[in-house]
Design a protein around this ligand. Structure first.
Ligand code: M6R
Length: 616
């Protein structure tokens, strides 16, 4: 959700802000704006509803010449629709200060009444403008940006990353965070702020993750961080692991296409360093101490969306290898059900961004209850891994498309590694299972590469099915959450009705949906690795085929058993049964992408969605 960028330095301020906003587009937004100190030393704002291209047009028609401080924002509407007036930045102190915001100010109604009573006329419906007005009132009183800002942020309830600048302090941008991400980029004679490193990675890879409830004050020459009371906070810089090119399309028609093809490498990078001498070990878990892992009597995986399906798949493997009950809960349900948690419960969160508010709140809840928390995350130094007792990173590289692909398969890979580590420490993993898993991991990148090569076939299929209004997905065991993921991809980017079902559940209701021509993707387990499940799924195929379904079967190469009953067959290489989702999901991703393209939709930035869901 909302993208934030801040800059102080002698560079082309508008250029820096626009390139930062461009890289933050993936977060999802419906309006954009910038504020800079113009040639006359006044705060100038340009903002517009719609995509960044509209703001760029506006800046071409009415340019802003600026070398100094500036702030830029992409807004995902919460309070008030996506209009020009509601777009950020918002002004305070009679237009002398500008402010941008990511999050929701929950006590905004009472603050709005206060600023209106003080005579401020508000021009938008946003909670943000109220904060800008409050800051203006406070600045008038103190004449000093940092202390005025500190007083205001202490009065806010809810979630926020805020950035503010004032005409009278031309070299300074101040920023605060509370349950919302904020990073500083360290340059030479210039410094940056961003809601994530994408905002400034084109300029510097030196970053500082601002901690919860801290304020950053940046000038061209210095960065200071304090807590909300104003006491200095020490900080450490880190080097961003990826460069700006990693977040470029690199010749692909969409980020999603590029990211689908990057999956073999993402999985290989996630495995690297975690298997040695035929044994799987995760150093980040070792830091927790084996005792904690040995004593765990229950694991709860918390996640949302695609990450929760990765969690469901991981649960099968962890139970099999570590012999500990695993349940998967949606993060937003978890803390409201008063979950049973003991000191022997292990909570594993799964999040690509590491900033999903629902998951962050669930992790915090678990921490407060004294539970050990492990984070599976793709974003270095994000809030969720920093709030957790241990962080197991997926090394998928930046995922820009809203529809998650390579992060999903990397999450499954990481959860499997965790399951094997747990199984070894707990003494429940047999030598044969360990050896089979090591072989499967060795062969995984090549198998995923073959799965990526199904692209052309799926493109054809999507072309023929461009008018389809509903698609069903069936799977059993780990194929069931894979089916759910296939359906989610289609809903997200092709905007068509899609549902995933456990194949065994068909006869308990969903089979009534099957009508002549209803397309159904069926994930068929390997006849060699899972003969019993294979024969059950083939029976399910016969049942739906008899009722007119158009069957698209995803099978292991050489499996001819479904040929009499399938309209289309997609062939994938043999893998270990538990590893099937890592290859079977790939054609489903291609299908969604191609159907979206066939309908002329925006594959990377689907309507209404944000990459990083930073509000509850
Ligand atoms: O960043 P996270 O992994 O925590 O995000 C969780 C979900 O919002 C995310 O997976 C979402 O479902 C994707 N857009 C699916 O493609």
């Amino acid at each position: 959700m909302c993208g934030i960028v801040g800059y102080v330095g002698p560079g082309d301020t508008v250029g820096v802000l626009l390139s930062g906003l461009k890289r933050l587009e993936y977060r999802g937004y419906d309006s954009a704006g910038v504020a800079v100190l113009d040639g006359a030393g006044e705060v100038s704002v340009r903002k517009r509803s719609g995509k960044l291209a509209r703001l760029t047009e506006m800046l071409e028609a009415s340019p802003l010449e600026a070398h100094g401080s500036g702030i830029g924002h992409t807004r995902w509407a919460t309070h008030g629709g996506p209009t020009d007036a509601n777009a950020h930045p918002h002004l305070g102190d009679g237009g002398r200060l500008a402010l941008i915001h990511n999050g929701i100010v929950e006590n905004f109604a009472e603050l709005r009444a206060e600023v209106e009573a003080a005579g401020v006329e508000l021009l938008s419906e946003t909670d943000t403008e109220v904060v800008a007005a409050l800051l203006g009132i406070e600045f008038e009183r103190t004449g000093e940006l940092e202390s005025a800002f500190r007083t205001v942020v202490r009065r806010l309830h809810g979630t926020f990353t805020l950035l503010a600048m004032h005409r009278d302090e031309p070299d300074t941008v101040v920023a605060a965070r509370h349950n919302s991400p904020l990073v500083v980029g360290l340059g030479e004679g210039e410094n940056f702020l961003g809601s994530d490193v994408a905002a400034f990675v084109g300029h510097t890879r030196r970053a500082v993750a601002v901690e919860e409830d801290n304020i950053a004050i940046i000038t061209p020459e210095a960065v200071r961080i304090t807590d909300f009371a104003g006491d200095p906070v020490e900080f450490e810089e880190y080097e961003v692991a990826w460069n700006a090119d990693a977040a470029e399309k690199g010749g692909w028609s969409s980020f999603m296409a590029k990211e689908i093809t990057e999956q073999p490498e993402a999985a290989a990078n996630t495995i690297r360093g975690r298997i040695a001498g035929g044994e799987i070990s995760i150093p980040e878990l070792e830091a927790l101490g084996d005792e904690v892992l040995r004593n765990a009597d229950r694991i709860v995986i918390i996640a949302c969306g695609t990450a929760s399906y990765a969690g469901q798949i991981g649960a099968y493997a962890i139970e099999q290898w570590a012999r500990v009950p695993v349940e998967v809960q949606l993060s937003h349900e978890f803390r409201y059900r008063d979950p049973v948690l003991t000191e022997r419960t292990l909570v594993i969160s799964v999040s690509q961004s590491g900033e999903t508010m629902d998951t962050l709140m669930a992790v915090k809840y678990a921490n407060e209850r004294g539970v050990t928390t492990v984070s599976v995350c793709n974003t270095q130094s994000a809030t969720i891994p920093r709030e957790s007792d241990a962080a197991v990173y997926t090394h998928a590289g930046p995922e820009v498309a809203v529809a998650s692909t390579k992060a999903f398969t990397a999450q499954i890979t990481a959860l499997y590694l965790i399951g094997l580590h747990l199984g070894r420490v707990r003494g429940t993993l047999s030598a044969e299972d360990q050896a089979a898993a090591v072989t499967a991991f060795d062969e995984l990148p090549a198998a995923m590469t073959e799965a990526v090569e199904t692209h052309e076939q799926l493109a054809q299929l999507a072309h023929w099915m461009a008018d389809t209004r509903s698609v069903l997905f069936l799977g059993r065991h780990v194929g069931y959450p894979t089916a759910l993921e296939g359906a989610l991809k289609l809903k997200e980017i092709a905007y068509i009705h899609a549902e995933g079902f456990a194949a065994g559940e068909l006869k308990h209701g969903p089979i009534a949906l099957i009508d002549h021509g209803q397309p159904v993707f069926v994930l068929v387990p390997s006849p060699r690795k899972s003969p019993v499940m294979h024969s059950k799924v083939v029976s399910n195929i016969q049942e739906i085929r008899a009722r007119g379904a158009r069957v698209i079967a995803i099978v292991e190469k050489g499996d001819t058993s479904v040929l009499p009953y399938a309209d289309d067959v997609i062939r994938l290489p043999l893998t270990d049964a538990l590893f099937e989702p890592l290859v079977q999901v790939v054609p489903l991703q291609w299908f969604a992408l191609e159907l979206s393209q066939a309908k002329g939709l925006d594959v990377d930035q689907p309507r209404n969605l944000a990459k990083s869901v930073t509000v509850e």
